[in-house]
Design a protein around this ligand. Structure first.
Ligand SMILES: NC(=O)c1ccc[n+]([C@@H]2O[C@H](COP(=O)([O-])OP(=O)(O)OC[C@H]3O[C@@H](n4cnc5c(N)ncnc54)[C@H](O)[C@@H]3O)[C@@H](O)[C@H]2O)c1
Ligand SMILES: [Zn+2]
Length: 381
């Protein structure tokens, strides 16, 4: 069933960000009244309020940790798109828990305790909730390997081994049935957001969907935040005459999804009841190595600098992750933008952003100091 009542009010938390802002534009085009709640997180919005917050939307400059702000944000709202989150590989722990876990808890609790007439909650989850991408073993078929041990990575073995026989395995698209258990602080709190929301939906009967986005990119992706967004990071490195830095050997694969496709998946989740109560992968369904991403960005920019692979790695990071998008497809989702086309669109947008300082070198130092990035210990001769 599709529900589309003109004039319904939608709340988009994090609506000043990459996904939230494209979603807000789409909702306005569809006739929704849009309210945005966003605290303009300084790591993401170093220049303050971004020019793309639509003037037709109501903008609340406030924090999801603020109970009063949540109460006002929810007034008269039919659909909630909860996109606000603290993201990436930042060194904090408590801030992730406060913003992502506690912020989501407060939002859900308020809807229930105030008995608000919210008809749908769509929460931004992430593919980071998985431990590792699904894999195929020659002897054991489809397997769900665990996070690779840090000692294994430190010894320079980046392969994903079959959890049954220990032989190297081949990556395959990951379905929603794969076990959760991503081990970064971000992943732990994204799991919290998803599980709290889906459990709350079952309890209260409010239809709730958790969209597990793959790596999303596109115009408006912060060029200031060096901890997220591989395409944004590579582009800013190259524009500063610096080589892109590849962790491990650069042969890890990711599913890169254009932001417009993610926005459409949100609308679909809100308007169809086919996905209610479920976690749903949203991605392109295609695998690309990080080395290929570096090459594509370099080609789109016309800046030829060989990427650096110094054998560094990030404990807890997955080796391969491509989303199996059959569930979303069955409900009508179809990714529309091809990777090179999307990268070119992003690069075109960066060209209009003026000064693109390289925040990466500074950030890298912090990542090493805080033990988020480790170095491989050379072994053997
Ligand atoms: N971009 C990706 O690759 C990706 C992948 C998987 C999941 N996600 C999830 O999608 C959602 C949107 O991500 P995005 O890529 O648009 O990131 P983004 O950083 O561009 O946008 C997030 C927005 O949330 C706001 N925000 C952060 N903390 C807040 C707080 N305490 N109170 C209010 N607002 C706050 C930020 O100011 C920002 O505008 C997030 O929940 C993120 O975890 C993103
Ligand atoms: Zn096996």
């Amino acid at each position: 069933m599709t529900r589309r009542t003109p004039g319904r009010r939608a709340l988009v938390t994090g609506g000043a960000g990459l996904i939230g802002s494209h979603l807000s534009d789409l909702l306005l085009r569809q006739g929704y009244r849009v309210r945005i709640l966003d605290n303009l997180e300084p790591n993401t919005h170093r220049k303050g309020r971004p020019p793309w917050i639509p003037t037709q939307a109501e903008f609340l400059h406030a924090d999801v940790r603020d109970q009063k702000a949540i109460n006002s944000a929810l007034e008269g709202v039919s659909v909630v798109f909860h996109q606000a989150a603290y993201g990436g590989y930042m060194p904090e722990i408590s801030k992730y828990v406060e913003v992502n876990s506690l912020g989501t808890a407060r939002l859900l609790e308020t809807i229930r305790d105030e008995n608000l007439p919210v008809e749908k909650v769509v929460v931004a989850s992430s593919q980071a909730v998985y431990r590792e991408g699904a894999a195929e073993c020659l002897r054991h078929g489809l397997v769900f390997p665990d996070t690779r041990p840090t000692d294994q990575l430190a010894a320079g073995d980046y392969a994903v081994h079959c959890p049954v026989c220990g032989e190297p395995s081949d990556p395959v698209p990951t379905p929603e049935e794969a076990p959760m258990g991503g081990e970064t602080v971000y992943a732990i709190t994204k799991s919290d957001q998803e599980r709290l929301a889906l459990a709350w939906g079952r309890q209260t009967g409010v239809p709730t969907v958790a969209l597990r986005y793959s790596c999303t990119y596109g115009p408006r992706q912060s060029i200031f935040n060096p901890y997220t967004g591989v395409i944004a990071i590579f582009a800013t490195r190259l524009l500063n005459g610096q080589p892109p830095v590849l962790y491990e050997d650069g042969e890890q694969t990711r599913d890169l999804c254009f932001v417009g496709d993610v926005a459409r998946a949100n609308l679909l989740a809100a308007e169809s009841d086919a996905l209610d109560g479920l976690p749903v992968n949203v991605g392109s369904g295609r695998a690309t190595t990080i080395r290929e991403v570096a090459e594509m960005v370099s080609e789109a920019l016309g800046v030829r600098i060989e990427p650096l692979a110094r054998g560094e790695f990030r404990p807890g990071e997955m080796r391969h992750l491509t989303s199996d998008i059959s569930r979303a497809r069955a409900a009508g989702y179809e990714p529309g933008v091809d990777l090179m086309q999307g990268i070119e669109e992003y690069i075109g947008w960066i060209g209009d952003q003026g000064d693109v300082r390289d925040y990466f070198a500074e950030a890298e130092k912090v990542l090493r100091e805080k033990r988020i990035v480790h170095e491989t210990r050379p072994t053997g001769p």
